[in-house]
Design a protein around this ligand. Structure first.
Ligand code: G4P
Length: 279
């Protein structure tokens, strides 16, 4: 599911978000564990001032365990309540309940002192496209209240999903936009498949991946390719095309097809558990 982002979409998404934020106590923000920084939009900090903040590192099944732990600790040091989640498999999802309750402890206590008892905390999910918001809501709320589709610009009546006696969740997630201005952010989001491939040529993307893996995960790269990646990235891609039998008419290696195969494998976690950003 890919979105084309136009200024109109962004304005509308931002407006919806500002309206919804007024209604809630706690923001549950999803980032992609493979790019914990690039998949986060710093603008949310201003919009969410004074709100209780929970940050979920989603898709941890695809990310480097050690780096995920470092990022988790980092975000905790920044005042977030955090959890690791694999929304697709439903792993870590139930634990989010207690993380939210923990995050809201002081508020609940303040309410209690003011005589407000048993008022559920209200939460909303936010994140950039493709980070797993719909998958998470479905898993968190259970199939009965499943709602999908969060295309920007589609207005729906607000609905609260009663998760338990203590938490209510807004059924519509808030959509944040990536930080487009930063080229490295664009590259990393393209690598994980969160933004359209057309932004970069698939071959360029595969070459960038080879370059990064060579530096950070050389063993995984060797294992995946089945040979040592020496020489320029494009040469590596040529060799890989031959190895995978990607041959075009005239018996030339088809590097476009090889690059597409490699990117699919990487995005599906078949190259290994890889994180593109270090603390
Ligand atoms: P969004 O609402 O934030 O835009 O994201 P959405 O839930 O549509 O999820 C985007 C893609 O990420 C989906 O894959 C979804 O299955 C996948 N996903 C979500 N959470 C996780 C996770 O924790 N681990 C992994 N590995 N994948 C996750 P898709 O390719 O669009 O669909 P499908 O192939 O899963 O059917």
């Amino acid at each position: 599911m890919h979105f084309q982002w136009y200024p109109g979409h962004m304005t509308k998404a931002k407006r919806m978000m500002q309206e919804n934020i007024k209604l809630i106590d706690v923001i549950i923000e999803l980032v992609d564990a493979r790019t914990p920084l690039s998949s986060k939009n710093p603008d949310i900090e201003k919009m969410a001032a004074n709100k209780i903040r929970v940050l979920l590192l989603n898709k941890y099944d695809l990310a480097d365990e050690k780096k995920t732990k470092e990022w988790k600790e980092y975000y905790e040091s920044q005042g977030y309540f955090t959890a690791l989640v694999n929304a697709k498999a439903g792993k870590g999802v139930r634990a989010v309940n207690s993380v939210v309750m923990d995050a809201c402890k002081e508020k609940i206590e303040r309410d209690r002192k003011r005589g407000i008892i048993n008022r559920p905390v209200r939460a909303m999910i936010v994140g950039i496209p493709n980070v797993g918001k719909s998958t998470f809501i479905n898993s968190f709320a259970g199939k009965a209240c499943a709602k999908t589709g969060d295309k920007p610009g589609v207005t729906k009546g607000k609905q609260w999903i009663r998760l338990n006696k203590s938490i209510e969740l807004l059924d519509t997630p808030g959509i944040l936009w990536p930080k487009f201005e930063d080229q490295m952010v664009g590259l990393r989001l393209a690598l994980i498949g969160s933004i359209k491939d057309e932004i970069l040529q698939i071959e360029e993307l595969a070459c960038e991946l080879i370059k990064y893996l060579r530096l950070e995960y050389p063993d995984m790269l060797r294992e995946y390719l089945g040979f040592e990646a020496t020489g320029a990235e494009h040469e590596v891609l040529l060799m890989y095309a031959e190895k995978r039998g990607c041959i075009q008419r005239g018996s030339e290696p088809d590097t476009v097809r090889a690059a597409a195969l490699m990117m699919d494998d990487y995005r599906a976690g078949k190259v290994g558990k890889i994180t593109l950003e270090s603390r």
